[in-house]
Design a protein around this ligand. Structure first.
Ligand code: FES
Ligand code: FES
Length: 167
């Protein structure tokens, strides 16, 4: 049996450059979790249906379970591990808002939710409820009923805009 061909994958993940020797058929989710030990992105369905594997690729939300590593050569990837302050460990304001507004129950969907919310707020700092629900419509949560998640994104938007202080 022949050994599968490997490629050198150059990736920037959470601001750090990596050159990784990987099989081109491996998914970005496998590379993040198994090669880099970044297990914040979860494998829920593995088929693109739930959003728990969502990461930002060059600032856009993407399903890491459906993304072949070979297709993101040279990309910049942000995972949930890269969101908190690397120096002092402080939570990102969106993470803090999810805690404060009770947008988290079991937490399985939370990394994908928060990264999707980040992409939304980067593009639209003051979304209305319909825009938040639309942006998060591909993210499945089995626990919260979504209302608290919408509250969390609205709270994050107000804090990021300086309209409300973080306690
Ligand atoms: S694990 Fe990727 S969409 Fe469900
Ligand atoms: S908090 Fe449990 S799946 Fe969303």
């Amino acid at each position: 049996m022949s050994t599968p061909r490997k490629i050198v994958l150059a990736l920037t993940v959470n601001g750090q450059d990596h050159d990784l020797l990987v099989e081109p058929r491996r998914t970005l989710l496998e590379v993040l979790r198994e090669e880099l030990g970044l297990t914040g992105a979860k494998e829920g369905c593995g088929t693109g249906g739930c959003g728990t594997c969502t990461v930002l690729i060059d600032g856009r939300p993407a399903r890491a379970c459906l993304t072949l590593a070979a297709d993101v050569q040279g990309a910049s990837v942000l995972t949930i591990e890269g969101l908190a302050d690397a120096l002092d460990g402080d939570l990102h304001p969106i993470q803090r808002a999810f805690v404060d507004a009770h947008g988290i129950q079991c937490g399985f969907c939370t990394p994908g939710m928060i990264l999707t919310a980040k992409a939304l707020l980067d593009e639209n700092p003051s979304p209305d409820e319909a825009e938040i629900r639309q942006a998060l419509s591909g993210q499945v949560c089995r626990c919260t009923g979504y209302a608290k998640i919408v509250d969390s994104v609205q709270l994050a938007a107000r804090r990021l805009a300086g309209e409300e202080e973080t306690p």
